[in-house]
Design a protein. Structure first.
Length: 300
């Protein structure tokens, strides 16, 4: 079974009662919109025109032990939530449905997340952004951390410079923390220095994002894993968009020399990510060119 991240938006109710009975029989993991969170701390849904309830202890794996906070449940209101149909009571005038998100998460952990090895490429969804990284849903609402320094080789001041909340991402399993939760990385999928440099040529004029300003020049990001150096300009600040002329590309030194042309309007959203690897497992990744003095690599 494939385990999906929970949808960040409302999910249409396309269920029928026979389909829900079959889902209960097979244990299929479904997803629908959580409508409200009541004073008894239960989540409520509407499935096949019927009311469905998810009792507090079924809202998340770990909720009764305190490892999951109530805010993680409350914020699911109006969004998709995964669950299994635990019970359908048809003894009354209208069937009563009892749902369990906790059971769906336990199955996701046992059958999917616990089987993942370092280096495995997985899909996930960015759920919220902190200064230190991005929390991602890797399946059924289970979170993993994508640290800021794993988003790209090019340094950024905030993860929001690279991704948006709700964005679907490709990541690599880097490791597990002390609690066994996944820690992710993404930069290895965004190409080596040479792969990115091959997208550009001397004499081209392109756009980029100012990432840092030093006394000796301005670092301009041409791609998430490639930056070049232009002359110092005190009118610029990090985050500015600029157009630049590519003066030289030096693979042995892993340097791109640029000439600033003009300052542009700041982008409203981060540019789309280009992945050089999209599936499988990565054992060893080397960013640097063969003759570069500084070797940047990741061993999984």
């Amino acid at each position: 079974m494939k385990f999906y991240a929970e949808e960040p938006a409302a999910v249409p109710d396309l269920f029928t009662l026979p389909a829900l009975r079959e889902a209960q029989r097979t244990g299929a993991i479904l997803q629908s919109t959580a409508l409200f969170f009541d004073t008894d701390k239960s989540l409520h849904f509407r499935l096949a025109g019927l009311n469905a309830i998810m009792p507090y202890e079924e809202c998340a794996d770990g909720i009764t032990e305190g490892s999951v906070r109530d805010i993680a449940i409350i914020t699911r209101v109006g969004r998709g939530a995964c669950f299994v149909v635990k019970e359908i009571d048809e003894s009354g005038s209208e069937p009563k449905l009892i749902l369990s998100r906790a059971e769906a998460q336990r199955r996701c952990k046992a059958e999917y997340i616990d089987t993942l090895e370092p280096g495995t490429i997985i899909s996930c969804v960015a759920t919220h952004i902190e200064s230190f990284g991005v929390f991602c849903d890797v399946g059924c609402g289970i979170s993993a951390l994508l640290p800021i320094d794993c988003l790209s080789v090019s340094r950024i001041s905030s993860p929001a410079d690279r991704v948006r909340t709700g964005e679907k991402l490709l990541c690599i399993v880097r490791s597990r923390d002390a609690q066994g939760r996944l820690v992710l990385t993404m930069k290895e999928l965004l190409g080596t220095w040479q792969q990115n440099a091959d997208l550009f040529h001397v004499g081209m004029s392109v756009t980029g994002i100012v990432r840092s300003i030093e006394e000796y020049g301005v670092f301009v990001e041409l791609a998430p894993n490639l930056a070049g150096l232009a002359e110092y300009d005190n009118r610029l600040v990090p985050g500015d968009a600029v157009s630049v002329y590519i003066k030289s590309i030096l693979p042995d030194k892993m340097k791109v020399k640029l000439v600033l042309l003009s300052r542009l309007a700041r982008p409203d959203v981060p540019p789309p990510l280009h992945h050089f690897i999209t599936e499988g497992k990565v054992e060893h990744w080397v960013y640097s060119t063969p003759n570069a003095k500084k070797q940047i690599e990741t061993i999984f």
